[in-house]
Design a protein around this ligand. Sequence first.
Ligand code: 13P
Length: 230
Amino acid sequence: MSKLVIANFKMNGSKEFIANWVKDFHEENESNKTIILALPSPYLSNFKDSYLNLAGQNVSNQSSGAFTSQLSAQMLKDCGAEYCLIGHSEARQYLMETNENIKQKFDQLAQESIQQVLCIGEPLVIKEASKTTDYLLEQLELLSSDQENIIVAYEPIWAIGTGLTPEIEDIQLAVDCIRGRFNKSIKVLYGGSVNSSNAANISAKTDIDGLLVGGASLNPKEFAKIAQLC
Ligand code: 13P
């Protein structure tokens, strides 16, 4: 099964930037990985192509109606998204998302057959108190242990955009904890300051199914390298 490599552009880019990115990425890319672009939603429908898969960065917990500013799962599907991030720590922090509404988002995506990528991860205080696995299990409470076909992205909050990454053993510990929570086999990704200098080590020394890349994904050559090394 090919590994997944997700570029999360967050709130970056423009039509021109993304068009150049796609061109440069295709020129550089030699990997056979499943590449997924989590673009800002206004650009999704412009960039559907046969090789790149698209992801939304978030979705509404409602299906339609008077919810000004929100985007439904159906709209994402309509724009070509086959995947969608939910529970990203930036959405939890800035949009006050709770486990309860993340579960509703999960169900909205399921109705449209969009693959959920559930992001979880601990803040620094929890890591320092050695309570990471308890924290992750709490974040996973929204899903039944019989849930199938899920992708969970382990992204320690303190590793996002900081240049810091956990020790390899700590990533594997988190991955084992996440997998152990489910009865069926699930996919687990790692995210948090991934770049072309650490991607090979993280991929080779843990049994992750892929990477979720933020800042470094904005450079198409760097991202192609990461995809190659993953
Ligand atoms: P960075 O790769 O910039 O640390 O971001 C990780 C992330 O939040 C991806 O979703």
